[in-house]
Design a protein around this ligand. Sequence first.
Ligand SMILES: Nc1ncnc2c1ncn2[C@@H]1O[C@H](COP(=O)(O)OP(=O)(O)O)[C@@H](O)[C@H]1O
Ligand SMILES: [Mg+2]
Length: 246
Amino acid sequence: MDTEHPLTGGNATDTVVRIGTTVRKPWTPKTPLVHAFVQHVRGGGVDAPAVLGRDEQGRQILEFVPGSEPEVLSSEDLHRVGRIVRGIHDAAATFPFRTTDASDVLLPAPEAPELICHGDLTPWNLVVGDRWVFIDWDGAGPSTRLWDLAYSASAFTLNEPAQEPEEAAARLTAFVAGYGAEGRMRALLPAAMAQRTQAMLRMLQRAHGRGEEPWASMYVEGHGAHWRAVSEYVRAHEAVWRDALR
Ligand SMILES: Nc1ncnc2c1ncn2[C@@H]1O[C@H](COP(=O)(O)OP(=O)(O)O)[C@@H](O)[C@H]1O
Ligand SMILES: [Mg+2]
């Protein structure tokens, strides 16, 4: 008998389990697109969980990647993660897509999407072990490098509003250097991070107002307060981020 072990690290899915060296996750109408996308970026040299098909219960079968969520990341670690994000964008850029793909995304996509992005390249979707691998590709959809990087960089470096802005700015600089962002992107990033964290708060507020789960509960269980604090922090210190990235 293959034993099912619940995997509880995620927010949005309470039905993720491990069986042996595989993960099983619900199959959605978007899954074929997501799997094609993951196979494409893997073919481009990105380390992502292998997609292994569909089980007898209709669930996704994915490779289980051993490791754990990162705890404290040094500047070198953040540089490394920034470089991984860049590798994902570069590999994704050659994946053909339509702007109507994956229209069930929670957050409004940028107006002129350039490529399919993971959308949630955050510490809570990074497995750190012998390999450093982003998991949870189900939210992938049309976006822009800037919008995806804004969320990733703020989640990895500006997610603790108690942190001194100068320290956070140094972490942000390491991450963005790892990405290899050029001048234009560096100039646009501070405002994009403020917009992206604000969008997260608005999404949770809207879901709460409409009773859409699991976000409605997440909103009252601390995520609302967290994203309010983070979006205020990112907005309040925009000039610090801008100076650090110049
Ligand atoms: N391929 C994988 N390898 C290792 N652990 C995984 C994998 N996929 C999911 N997990 C574990 O299960 C948790 C929930 O899965 P995830 O795909 O992130 O779902 P959610 O959409 O709920 O965030 C993750 O935080 C992680 O701990
Ligand atoms: Mg997750």
